[in-house]
Design a protein around this ligand. Structure first.
Ligand SMILES: [Zn+2]
Length: 203
């Protein structure tokens, strides 16, 4: 906790001072982010840092492997789905970016099945990647196989978003776009999915 308190003091004396008018404005008038980012919880893959975002710019959902779960209408507690609904229907975001990353442990676990059964909830969450595993290029070596699944995971989440009726309606009305990307932790490169060539392209 000491590290967090020290970091807060640095923030309060630095960035908050520099941006306090923006914080006041956001507190008075509420947030109006244009972008929802769905990213991995991995500590190395922070959307606000990668996109140099200011307070109020990004509405962010982070979970293991940046997975959009299937649409399930039941009485269970769907944290990711609830946040997607809030971002689209209440905040009226114009863009959803699904961002995976290199060296994703969640994605690797889907390939090697190496998931501790003593960790609650994890296996059924990682099992959501099965359709992406089936599409992965298994002929490649391990590094390329994992990278392939990291990209397929992003595409699967993008597809599942379109199964949410309120997302599909806004996309079809031209009010919302869905994008995908993969962040390279070691080299800092960002690949963005390019629909015109149906492939990820480094920018
Ligand atoms: Zn990850």
């Amino acid at each position: 906790m000491d590290r967090l308190i020290a970091g807060y003091r640095t923030f309060r004396g630095g960035r908050w001072q520099a941006e306090h008018e923006r914080y006041t404005e956001l507190a008075t008038h509420g947030q109006k982010p244009e972008t929802l980012v769905i990213a991995c919880s991995d500590s190395r893959s922070d959307p606000a840092a990668i996109f140099d975002a200011s307070p109020g710019e990004l509405f962010v959902i982070r979970n293991i492997a940046a997975i959009v779960p299937p649409l399930e209408i039941d009485g269970a507690h769907h944290g990711t789905s609830a946040a997607i609904a809030f971002a689209v229907l209440v905040l009226n975001v114009r863009n959803i970016l699904v961002m995976g990353h290199a060296q994703c442990s969640g994605v690797a676990a889907a390939l090697d099945g190496n998931i501790g059964d003593d960790v609650p909830f994890l296996r059924s969450w990682i099992d959501l990647l099965k359709p992406a595993v089936e599409r992965t290029d298994h002929s490649a070596n391990e590094t390329h196989r994992t990278a392939s699944l990291e990209r397929e995971t992003v595409l699967l989440s993008m597809e599942r978003l379109m199964n949410y009726p309120f997302v599909a309606e806004r996309v079809q009305a031209g009010e919302l776009e869905i994008n995908g990307a993969r962040f390279g932790i070691a080299d800092g490169k960002l690949e963005v999915f390019d629909r015109t060539i149906a492939a990820f392209k480094a920018i």
